[in-house]
Design a protein around this ligand. Structure first.
Ligand SMILES: [Zn+2]
Length: 315
């Protein structure tokens, strides 16, 4: 479910005071353009996510004062609008999930200037219609089992019940962004997760891989890039550690089971997990020590060239 612009809204009582709370100088009513928009609601969106009523209320407070920008690009102040009022509106109809249909409606303004003229035209003509919001989701639960983490898959049905993610705690609201129609698939609610939790980072990676996520905040992308780099480094260490263990096993094997063909052992090692390699290296080490107590001057560290190490125990 995408948010959308409702209409040019006539200013209501108290709105100029609300607007002027955000401006450097006092603006007159004739100097501002204002419009209403639905930021989000409690229906399941196209990514199979849904805001809980509590989350909508948190968003109501968080979105006051936030900016609406064009396609997530930070442009000059003249091309952004600011949300000066938010309210929760409830309709009499029920959602499929047994809640009263509830939406978060905002009013936003932009100063009428030569530069903002195009934006006003775009809104009024309906070119700018959809909006997407981004916020930090701290906790969510599964609609099927109510747990925070589980193996149910979003979008699939379990005994006739559609699995979706319910956002429960929103810790920050970043911005609202106009999306020009015809809407791209990414239009709608854009989720940006709190970065403290690695689980969320994995979720983001998953969403990028499946094309669900639309990440445009420079800071977000940079954090993600740093995280991926860290993972790559860790993977590198893991590979090196694995190679070390393999070398040790080959070396001990030459001593404890000299009849074992090298190629056979190499093939077996290739398919072993790090944990198994570790156990095997330790066991072979003990066996080797019984046969030939390892003398310190013969012991070479794992970072020695492989050829030299192999020579140590050549029989
Ligand atoms: Zn579940």
């Amino acid at each position: 479910m995408s948010g959308y612009i409702i209409e040019k809204s006539g200013l209501q009582e108290g709105d100029m005071e609300r607007i002027n709370a955000f401006t450097r100088r006092k603006f007159a009513e004739s100097e501002v353009y204002s419009f209403s928009l639905v930021l989000c609601d409690n229906e399941v969106d196209r990514d199979f996510d849904r805001f809980s009523l509590a989350a909508l209320q948190q968003m109501q407070a968080l979105f006051v004062g936030k900016t609406c920008i064009f396609d997530h690009e930070r442009k000059s102040a003249n091309q952004t609008a600011r949300i000066f009022h938010t309210e929760i509106q409830t309709e009499s109809r029920q959602t499929e999930w047994g809640e009263p249909y509830t939406k978060l409606v905002a009013r936003a303004y932009l100063p009428i200037t030569e530069k903002s003229k195009d934006m006003v035209t775009a809104i009024e003509s309906g070119i700018l219609k959809e909006v997407s919001v981004s916020c930090a989701v701290k906790s969510s639960r599964c609609s099927v089992c109510e747990k925070n983490t589980c193996s149910h898959r979003k979008g699939e049905s379990y005994q006739g019940k559609l699995c979706h993610q319910i956002f429960e705690e929103i810790t920050d609201a970043y911005e609202c962004s106009f999306v020009a129609v015809p809407a791209q698939r990414a239009a709608g609610v854009t989720k940006q997760f709190a970065f403290e939790e690695v689980r969320n980072m994995q979720e983001i990676l998953k969403q990028i891989q499946t094309g669900e996520a639309f990440l445009a905040e420079k800071e977000t992308v940079q954090k993600l890039a740093a995280y991926v780099k860290e993972l790559e480094e860790k993977a590198q260490w893991g590979e090196e550690y694995k190679a070390d263990l393999s070398r040790q096993i080959m070396k001990y094997s030459a001593l404890v089971q000299p009849e074992m063909p090298r190629a056979v052992l190499e093939k077996a090692i290739e398919q072993m997990s790090v944990q198994d390699l570790k156990t095997m290296a330790a066991a072979y080490g003990k066996m080797a020590e019984k046969i030939l107590p390892i003398q310190p001057q013969l012991w070479r560290g794992a970072n020695q060239p492989e050829k030299q190490q192999d020579n140590e125990f050549k029989i």
